[in-house]
Design a protein around this ligand. Structure first.
Ligand code: R2B
Ligand code: URA
Length: 322
């Protein structure tokens, strides 16, 4: 019994991994422009954010505003009771944030370095607000590998551009490598929301699980032939055959089904802090067939809404019903 209680209360608990925070009496989340004047008694922060159960992250400000509207209309049937159009992080001039019911939608920009800044601050924010086991879900776009454009990939593991499932960062002049896998239960619940019959639209697009490569460069890092540079380590240009050879290795040897720019960092930092997280990305193109993203505006809108639909159904089914 005591062991069960221990597991219930402590085993799943997330935490910041920084003993210095215990000594800080105030904190300023600079990029969000959120001030916490009394970290031991952050009443305002608890009032504003304490009820948050899901933090959704996506690259663009406008997409996160649309997501908040989508959740307001489709999860809360227009009755979220929130001022979901208001950008609560606008004073920071870096990221946008919208609260809709118990969901916080936040933009993260392009790439791991940009996303890691907002992620550090959001993890501190949910801790100060004493949110109970919040889930972090990235809702993004990606290039697909051998899958039909428009497919939604729920990631198992993040891989870096060297085809290792890890996130490597330089800390105090040393290489620090952290594992980069996503929460299994959350992934399964998301996949379940894709196939469950509660919305009647389960076959409208495919949702698959797969590994995700997150690179630091959209062009050469993803083996594109259309960047400002297209060179191998030996200084010679790489060819279409070299590119396809690499992409096929990604697919066959590592089970990679999509490529974006944040998965290893996002998986690693959330895992490190004990936060359950998922990466849910739609594929805009099949990289085995080309490099240019030239979907029409209407196609892009349809594709970008697909992860919204999945995550909204997941929230209704697994979060608001519990
Ligand atoms: C997907 O799309 C963006 C690059 O266009 C990047 O943020 C990503 O991961
Ligand atoms: N985002 C990426 O990082 N790569 C793509 O190919 C498409 C979107």
């Amino acid at each position: 019994m005591a062991l069960c209680l221990y597991i219930f209360f402590f085993h799943s608990a997330y935490s910041t991994k920084n003993p210095n925070l215990e000594q800080m009496t105030s904190d300023f989340l600079y990029h969000l422009a959120v001030n916490i004047p009394d970290t031991k008694n952050p009443t305002d922060i608890k009032n504003q954010f304490g009820h948050i159960k899901v933090v959704c992250l996506g690259g663009k400000d406008a997409r996160m505003r649309e997501l908040a509207k989508y959740i307001h209309e489709n999860v809360y049937n227009g009755k979220s009771g929130s001022k979901y159009e208001k950008d609560i992080f606008e004073d920071g001039h870096r990221y946008a944030g919208f609260i809709v019911g118990s969901v916080l939608c936040v933009s993260h920009g392009v790439g791991s370095s940009t996303m890691s800044v907002v992620l550090h601050e959001l993890i501190k924010l949910v801790r100060y607000a004493k949110c109970v086991d919040p889930l972090f879900i990235r809702i993004g776009t990606s290039g697909g590998l051998g899958v039909k454009p428009g497919t939604v990939v729920v990631s198992r593991k993040g891989y870096n551009g060297l085809l290792c499932s890890e996130y490597e960062i330089a800390i105090l002049g040393e290489r620090v490598s952290r594992p980069a896998y996503f929460d299994e239960r959350l992934r399964k619940d998301l996949l379940d929301a894709a196939t469950s019959p509660d919305g009647g639209e389960e076959n409208a697009f495919s949702v698959i699980e797969g590994n995700t490569m997150g690179t630091d460069c959209f062009y050469e890092g993803q083996g594109r032939l259309d960047g400002a540079s297209c060179m191998k380590a030996n200084g010679e240009p790489y060819t279409k055959a070299d590119k396809l050879n690499f992409l096929k290795r990604c697919h066959d040897e590592c089970g990679i089904r999509n490529i974006e720019m944040e998965a290893p960092m996002f998986a690693a930092l959330t895992l490190h802090c004990g936060i359950r997280a998922a990466d849910v990305c739609v594929t805009l193109l099949n990289r085995l067939e080309g490099d240019q993203v030239n979907s029409t505006k209407a196609q892009l809108k349809d594709f970008e809404e697909r992860p919204f639909r999945l995550v909204a159904r997941f929230i209704k089914r697994h979060i608001l019903s519990s």
